[in-house]
Design a protein around this ligand. Sequence first.
Ligand SMILES: Nc1nc2c(ncn2[C@@H]2O[C@H](COP(=O)(O)OP(=O)(O)O)[C@@H](OP(=O)(O)OP(=O)(O)O)[C@H]2O)c(=O)[nH]1
Ligand SMILES: Nc1nc2c(ncn2[C@@H]2O[C@H](COP(=O)(O)OP(=O)(O)O)[C@@H](OP(=O)(O)OP(=O)(O)O)[C@H]2O)c(=O)[nH]1
Lengths: 192, 192
Amino acid sequence: MKLLKEKIVNEGIVLNENVLKVDSFINHQMDPVLMKEIGKEFAERFKDDKVSKILTIESSGIAPAIMAGLEMGVQVIFARKRKSLTLTENLYTSSVYSFTKQESNDITVSKQYIEPGENVLIIDDFLANGQAALGLAEIVQQAKANISGIGVLIEKSFQPGAEELLAKGYRLESLARIASLNNKQVEFAPER
Amino acid sequence: MKLLKEKIVNEGIVLNENVLKVDSFINHQMDPVLMKEIGKEFAERFKDDKVSKILTIESSGIAPAIMAGLEMGVQVIFARKRKSLTLTENLYTSSVYSFTKQESNDITVSKQYIEPGENVLIIDDFLANGQAALGLAEIVQQAKANISGIGVLIEKSFQPGAEELLAKGYRLESLARIASLNNKQVEFAPER
Ligand SMILES: Nc1nc2c(ncn2[C@@H]2O[C@H](COP(=O)(O)OP(=O)(O)O)[C@@H](OP(=O)(O)OP(=O)(O)O)[C@H]2O)c(=O)[nH]1
Ligand SMILES: Nc1nc2c(ncn2[C@@H]2O[C@H](COP(=O)(O)OP(=O)(O)O)[C@@H](OP(=O)(O)OP(=O)(O)O)[C@H]2O)c(=O)[nH]1
């Protein structure tokens, strides 16, 4: 997606060979116009998939997911990583491992909001090791719903997440693919 | 706001005299059309205030805030409650007390995204004890920016947050005001 790649080039900061900082438009400050365009892009890519629900995870997935939901006319759920005042019973749970923190944590979604047989589009901001996306996919499976696909804003192709999702047979739509962050430089990989 | 009050009546669940569950359209599943309308409502109420930035806090504030940002043509920042991979330096911080958890936690915003003299609209989902809103306001003050106002989706008028914000001289726009949750019933308070 051209606009997203331009934002990455103009505003992204390569912190090191593994991490791209995009706090100015995705992860802390959010650009509403960019998010709207991202929503339209996902709507276009998944227009023939009869998507009935969007599933994302707090926090950075929310803005792109809500815009995609608006474009596609479907409700949007965000999985929780932490206890909430009201999300306490009747839950799907999956365990997500963090390589950085070297620990697992549960993510939760209420059983009420994904029905068996639904077509669920999973959306998140980064795809790196893929554990969050796999955790969300596992929840959709627990709900006996279908995974229409996984949409991510930025795929770090030099990390294993993308290949792992593709190997499981999921459709993956990455709006930008980063082959490398070496030499303080963003090198994009081509569209699949 | 009529649409919001209708959603509360039709889908809200009074858990007890202090807590209204709105997981089906705000706090877990999110209704994109409702969020869009909320964005338009805030844009209308603050149209003469030359708002230059919207500030919210993860997670439930993000969806209404991004829609308001889209309608008002401004960037949207979400304060973080927890450490993030990239939000590590050059930060405004304020301490937010939780009466429920009986503990304080820091919320953070990068200094880069609020300039002195900006007109900042603070948006959040619930206004109860008001500590989160006060923490966000304190950050805007640290940045030497102006608080155009505080916009909340649901004000629980039987809790002290609203009065505390008004006593400090802030403009408060509550899209729904709840006078009571007694007897498993939502009783609205009139618009101010
Ligand atoms: N800016 C940036 N972030 C990256 C990059 N690679 C991974 N991340 C994010 O860092 C967090 C890493 O999460 P961990 O669970 O610790 O995973 P990991 O060590 O196995 O990669 C995730 O944020 P998250 O859970 O999605 O957090 P939130 O932003 O939604 O709160 C992920 O999206 C990168 O190159 N740049
Ligand atoms: N559903 C519901 N939530 C309420 C109600 N009253 C307060 N809350 C939410 O509960 C959380 C209370 O936070 P605490 O910081 O523990 O505050 P408190 O005990 O002083 O009220 C906040 O969620 P938060 O930090 O905004 O969490 P998040 O949803 O953004 O993750 C607040 O918005 C209510 O009647 N119904």
